[in-house]
Design a protein around this ligand. Sequence first.
Ligand SMILES: Nc1ncnc2c1ncn2[C@@H]1O[C@H](COP(=O)(O)OP(=O)(O)OP(=O)(O)O)[C@@H](O)[C@H]1O
Length: 305
Amino acid sequence: MAEKLLEIKNLKQHFDTGKGVIKAVDGLTFDIYKGETLGLVGESGCGKSTTGRTIIRLYDATDGEVLFNGENVHGRKSKAELKKFNRKMQMIFQDPYASLNPRMTVADIIAEGIDIHGLAKTKQERMNKVYSLLETVGLNREHANRYPHEFSGGQRQRIGIARALAVEPDFIIADEPISALDVSIQAQVVNLMKKLQREHGLTYLFIAHDLSMVKYISDRIGVMYRGKIVELATSEELYRNPLHPYTKALLSAIPLPDPDTERTRTRQVYDANEHNYNGEEPQLREVTPGHYVSCSEAEFKQMTK
Ligand SMILES: Nc1ncnc2c1ncn2[C@@H]1O[C@H](COP(=O)(O)OP(=O)(O)OP(=O)(O)O)[C@@H](O)[C@H]1O
C-alpha cells in the first residue's frame, strides 16, 4: 500500500459574503499518496481552486483537517512551523501572465523562495541554483536577467514551475496550469511536469476543469461537484467505467479528434435533481476497490448487484 502524503478529512471552506454563505468546499475527505498525481476535475465554480488554496493554507479552513506527513497544517501554528509547510507545499497557477511580477527579473522571481528560506549562502550559489533550475525546466541561463513580458505563455509557465521547484517541495498544487496555453504547448508542459515528478519524487494535485488532458498526467482522479467529491477512482477506471451521472456528463463533453464521431455523438447534461435521494444524504461509497461514488444506499445496491 502506497504511503499517504496528505490526508484531507471533512475539509470545509465556507465564505460569508454578507448576502449569504457560499459553501465552496463542503466536506471533502480523500488521501493523496506519495509520488502520485491526483487530478481534481469539475466545472468552473465547483470549488477546485478553493480546495487547493485551503489545503496549502492560503485560507484557514472553516472546518476539517489537512494532515501533511501526519501533521495538521491547520490549527494553531507558529510562524516557523508555517514557513516549514510553505516550503514543502508549493503552487503553480493557471495564468502565467498574472502570477509573475512584471517588474522582477526571472532570476529574482525564481530565487524568491531561495531567499525567504535561506537556501543559498552566497550570491554565486543563488545564481547557480537559478541557472540550474532554468535548465531543469527547459529554459537557459541567458533568460535569467530578462523580464516576464519577454516570454511566451508556455515559457512563463516554465518560469512558474522553476519558482515552485526552487524550494525543493514535496507537494505541488497545479491549479489549471495548462488551461491558458495553446493546445500545442499543453502537452509539453504536462510532459515537463511528469519528468520533474520522476526526477524529484514529487506529488501533485492537478486541477482541471475538464477531463481531456488530465487523463495523461493523473494516476487517480477526483470529480468535484458543488463543493463535494462525487466520484474518485484511478484514471483508467474513471474513463472506462464512470458511475456518477456528472462524471458521465463531463466525459461526454471531451472534444473528439474524429469530426464524424464528434458530430454524431450525444452530449449528456447532468441534472442534480435526477437522483431520488428521498431526503437521504448521499455518501461517498466504495463500489469496487478504490472506486468511490457519491450515492444513496439504494443507488449503491444497484451499482454493486
Ligand atoms: N474569497 C472568496 N470569497 C467569496 N467567495 C469565494 C471566494 N473564493 C471563491 N469563492 C466562491 O466559491 C465558489 C468556488 O470557487 P472556486 O474558485 O474554488 O471554484 P473553481 O472550481 O476553482 O472554479 P474556476 O475553475 O472558475 O476557478 C464560487 O462560487 C466562488 O465564487
